[in-house]
Design a protein around this ligand. Structure first.
Ligand SMILES: N[C@@H](CCC[C@H](N)C(=O)O)C(=O)O
Length: 278
């Protein structure tokens, strides 16, 4: 199997072109093997790029623990770059599906290669049942959440995948690496959750660290940044247009009032290609 390693703001995945080679039989096991940073290639997970009916490609995303996710914001920008730069569909606007939903992506190129992508991420899902969470509220906004001997205030948003956003004075290792995994697997989130720890720098800028469902802390989470943009408006902390400063770079977000859609803009980069097993 040939693979390509790519990243969006440091959120790195192993991408497999299933247009030109067979779809792996057991993607969950493959995700666990290739993602391992000591015995594999090393990545936050695996993304299959597959043919799609009525779209340019389908993205199928698996976390480092092999679990499937409905959506990946940094991943879909890289899928667009791959589809364009590897000649599958060479246009400056592409349609890519994930979990049965179609996304429109606008590509910015330099010297014929994609550098940045703007994604229409669609409408946020704000009903507790669909996020899903058992917390009260549609959605829960600054809901008291007791965990690990403290009470956090959490706001829950789904961008196709579940996010739990909490605002903190300082996103310390103790919170992200200690409390993050406890929130991820807390029974109040029946399908587990991604967890965003947010410091508000001003009404248009936040600093974000994310503990990702199925992958642990990553350098960036695109769907998480979209959820943070929505949570900032719902809680009155930030504007509809923000920059999220993540460990691996910046993402620009907008929750558009007229369409109710969230737009995310950020980089996409190819690192190298290889064969698995080597
Ligand atoms: N890093 C991604 C999100 C990947 C999936 C997530 N861990 C989940 O299980 O929902 C992004 O950029 O959105």
């Amino acid at each position: 199997m040939q693979f390509t390693k790519m990243h969006g703001a440091g959120n790195d995945y192993i991408y497999v072109d299933c247009f030109r080679q067979p779809t792996p039989a057991d993607p969950a096991a493959l995700a666990r093997a290739v993602s391992n940073r000591h015995f594999g290639v090393g990545a936050d997970g695996l993304i299959l790029i597959c043919p799609a009916d009525g779209a340019d490609a389908e993205m199928r995303m698996f976390n480092a623990d092999g679990s499937y996710s409905e959506m990946c914001g940094n991943g879909i920008r890289c899928v667009a770059k791959f589809v364009h730069d590897h000649g599958i569909a060479v246009r400056d606007q592409l349609r890519i599906t994930s979990a049965g939903k179609q996304f429109l992506l606008d590509l910015e190129t330099r010297s014929g290669k994609v550098e940045r992508v703007r994604v229409d991420m669609g409408e946020p899902i704000l009903t507790a049942r669909d996020i899903p969470t058992t917390l009260a509220g549609d959605p829960p906004v600054d809901a008291p959440f007791e965990i690990a001997g403290r009470t956090l205030a959490v706001t829950c948003v789904s961008m196709g995948n579940p996010h739990c956003v909490t605002y903190v004075d300082s996103a310390t290792d103790e919170l992200v690496l200690g409390v993050g995994p406890q929130i991820e697997t807390d029974p109040r989130f029946p399908r587990r959750t991604n967890v965003e720890f947010i410091e508000v720098l001003n009404r248009e800028t936040v600093r974000q660290r994310t503990w990702e469902r199925g992958s642990g802390e990553t350098l960036a989470c695109g769907t998480g940044a979209c959820a943070v943009c929505v949570a900032g408006v719902l809680t009155g902390r930030t504007e509809r247009r923000i920059t999220s400063k993540l460990l691996g770079g910046d993402l620009q977000l907008e929750w558009d009032e007229a369409t109710n859609h969230v737009y995310m803009t950020g980089p996409a980069a190819e690192i190298f290609t290889g064969d698995w097993p080597a």
